[in-house]
Design a protein around this ligand. Structure first.
Ligand SMILES: [Zn+2]
Length: 316
């Protein structure tokens, strides 16, 4: 047989797809290929130290693996908000067992990002029903591409998907108390919710609040600066003046700190909008350093002053 270009290509494709691909071991579930940043996070999280901070009314927070994890134990089983990175399972389990012997009955995902839901699979296997906004399930159920990271996050296996879904608001009555779940859209993504433990007056904001640093805003999956500002206002309106506020990332805080974030977001949004109105390009806006007055306090996190200027520019 003469190898035409066509047969050569199809032979090569068969070889690439079949012959050279490692055979999955019998009985081993084949999981989709994750982007480099997820693999790196899993490597780091395998040895991460988990700290537990008691908040109020039996609510605690686990910190150290992905986004902050809130926990409410009780006779109807534990309720968790977010599931951290999967490879921290032994440390997270140890921390949860030290709080109480109750099994994990409910897991709430604040949004679709991997650092808040990578532990879904093991927590579901441990018995948890997963609750989220319906858009979180939609995003997790199909591949998501984030150009900023040049990364495609594959569709999740069925067992890690939320199954108890809501659109705007959901009340969860459990362990003698009520949790109020509220969808904010658009905000950091289009999937974000907050969770208010009403009796303890503890609010988990998911990634609609980064305490002490510029926020990451995921425009690729429906986030924008004005949505972040609105979400911050809604976080401020929830609960009371003494609400304990658990951010998606950073230390546990309060309404005063949340209010300082709102001032920062609003001021930078206005400065960047002015530059855009003057006809400045995105690079010229970055060169004008509209965040300069805030950088000492807010500019030392994952989102750099330049990144945050670009996030603001895109949305005004
Ligand atoms: Zn996020």
């Amino acid at each position: 047989m003469t190898l035409t270009r066509r047969t050569f290509l199809s032979t090569a494709a068969v070889a690439a797809a079949g012959y050279f691909a490692p055979e999955p071991l019998f009985g081993q579930m084949e999981l989709p290929q994750q982007p480099e940043m997820v693999l790196k996070a899993r490597t780091n999280a395998a040895t991460a130290k988990i700290t537990v901070q008691k908040l109020r009314g039996n609510v605690s927070v686990l910190m150290g693996s992905g986004g902050n994890i809130a926990v409410l134990p009780g006779p109807q089983g534990k309720v968790l908000v977010d599931s951290g990175i999967s490879t921290s399972q032994p440390q997270i389990k140890e921390a949860l067992d030290a709080i109480s012997a109750d099994p994990i009955e409910h897991l709430i995902n604040t949004h679709w990002h991997y650092d808040h839901k990578d532990g879904n699979l093991w927590m579901h296997a441990a018995g948890a029903t997963i609750i989220a906004n319906e858009k979180t399930r939609r995003r997790l159920n199909s591949p998501q591409f984030i150009p900023l990271f040049n990364a495609t996050f594959p569709a999740e296996p069925a067992d890690s998907l939320p199954t108890l879904l809501f659109t705007e608001n959901h009340l969860l009555n459990i362990n003698g108390t009520t949790l109020h779940l509220e969808h904010y859209a658009p905000a950091h993504t289009d999937t974000d919710i907050s969770v208010h433990f009403t009796d303890a007056d503890v609010l988990h904001t998911g990634d609609t609040w980064f305490n002490g640093v510029y926020p990451f805003i995921d425009y690729a999956t429906g986030g924008n600066i004005d949505g972040m500002i609105n979400a911050t206002k809604r976080n401020l309106a929830a609960g009371t003046m003494s609400t304990i506020v658990v951010p998606g990332h950073g230390p546990v805080g309060n309404k005063q700190q949340l209010s300082a974030s709102l001032d920062m977001l609003t001021a930078i949004r206005e400065k960047v909008a002015d530059l855009k109105r003057q006809g400045k390009t995105i690079d010229e806006a970055v060169s004008a350093k509209p965040t300069a007055a805030f950088d000492d306090k807010w500019g030392k996190g994952f989102t750099t002053p330049e990144m945050f200027t670009r996030f603001a520019y895109q949305g005004v």
